[in-house]
Design a protein around this ligand. Sequence first.
Ligand SMILES: NC(=O)C1=CN([C@@H]2O[C@H](COP(=O)(O)OP(=O)(O)OC[C@H]3O[C@@H](n4cnc5c(N)ncnc54)[C@H](O)[C@@H]3O)[C@@H](O)[C@H]2O)C=CC1
Ligand code: BAL
Length: 503
Amino acid sequence: MSDLQTREEYQAIAASLTPAATAFVDGAFRPARSGKTFASTNPATGETLAEVAACQAEDVDFAVRKAREAFDDGRWRCKAPAERKDILIRLAKLLHRNRHELAVLESLDSGKPIRDCATVDVPDTINTLKWHAEAIDKLYDQSAPVGEDAMALIVREPIGVAACVLPWNFPLMMLAWKIGPALASGCSVIVKPAEQTSLSALRVAELAMEAGLPAGVLNVVTGDGPGAGEPLGLHGDVDMVSFTGSTETGRRFLRYSADSNLKKVVLECGGKNPAIVTDDAEDLDLVAEHVTNAAFWNMGENCSATSRLIVHEAAKAPLMERILARARDWRTGDPLDPANHLGALVDRGHFDKVCGYLEHGRAEAEVVLGGQGADGYVEPTIFDAVDRESRLAREEIFGPVLSVITVRSADEAVTIANDSPYGLAASVFSANGKRALRTARAVRAGTVTVNCYGEGDITTPFGGYKQSGFGGRDNGLQAHDQYTELKTIWIDLSDRGPTDAVD
Ligand SMILES: NC(=O)C1=CN([C@@H]2O[C@H](COP(=O)(O)OP(=O)(O)OC[C@H]3O[C@@H](n4cnc5c(N)ncnc54)[C@H](O)[C@@H]3O)[C@@H](O)[C@H]2O)C=CC1
Ligand code: BAL
């Protein structure tokens, strides 16, 4: 049954909110030491939602010190696994109890449509935390096959202080994708939300205290990239950074690491994701449904959005007719109206960037749908006859823009799909099982879906090849690898005496 409320109910919740907007460190809300703030605005209205603490290096230092203390004294990592599990499950329950408020906060701060915040973002956040919490007391260490004279234990230990640097497109979901496994592993965590969308992370940190998470274990440092992100990346006492965002900023984190303490860096970056439709694709209604969702869901502000439709010439006309029919039904407007599929883009800067691509597309390709933006909103847009060398075909637009490229064979489709610096996600539509699987194998991307579109689920690792990712995966038990170190403990079992042992 749908959990959606009416627009009026959402508006009433919005009117009742007084979001916390200072940093959250060592169990308490704290302003930036400088006293500086920046406005967090509702991109749909331009209204200021809160003045958020503009943290800088000194605030980051304090947060790292508190996180380190919490890690070193073992108040979290040394708790019995079942107790840590219970606290995180309590947090998941508190998120569920506050789900309408969280969905509204997320929608107001980011421009995302409430229908998605309520039915996807918040439920996925809760499920992710629950799933990692449940794993805590079910993961076993290993013993290596080293023979009779020794025993070698391979144990997994929390890495220490983990910094989670978040994007603005899925503020809650990305928070959960990172703090879920980080906290489950026993780390202390410092979250740096994107400056556009700080509010939901602060609320989650507050609820985590209510759930019983010890102070200092989950901290949120608000601020922009150069002010708060850079000092985190350069900090000598941060053990790892898990980052989601642009490839350009991802590169910076590698440099920060090289210039400081060689902290582990895991990057989940951009994508230019192809959907390949072969000449034998069946059920074009279903294909059209998947491609429309993949391209326009979350206003295309999604690293795994399908932004290139690579379609065989034989399937193109009937498929395009079906995609257009669906996309025309997607309503754009007030994010708090559950009837709307698309809300506002995250901020004016990003809106202007997407509009720049629309202008380019109008000049270089054939507009078959949309093609204009107004007042922070961009309607679903489809460009046909896109040149595979053009900016539309190669650059991440991060808006509701689909570029169509026509091909004459499956091999040509794969060549074009792989002709990209990115390799995050792809989908393949073909009724021929062998061909579909061969194509899925040939595409260089971290997630390839067959006859559907998606990102897998919490049980499957998510991340990219090439410049889409580096160093690890989110989701699945593989996500725990990010936040843990492996230690070998070698125990001598031989009956040689000490003199023999050094011979
Ligand atoms: N893979 C993904 O999910 C995302 C991709 N993007 C892509 O990136 C483009 C630009 O968006 P931005 O908001 O500028 O992304 P961004 O990569 O700059 O921001 C992501 C995070 O990095 C932080 N950051 C920014 N500059 C930093 C610096 N110099 N040092 C340390 N931290 C820094 C930000 O404060 C934010 O928390 C988008 O148009 C889109 O193409 C953006 C967000 C998410
Ligand atoms: N779609 C999940 C990852 C991201 O867009 O940032």
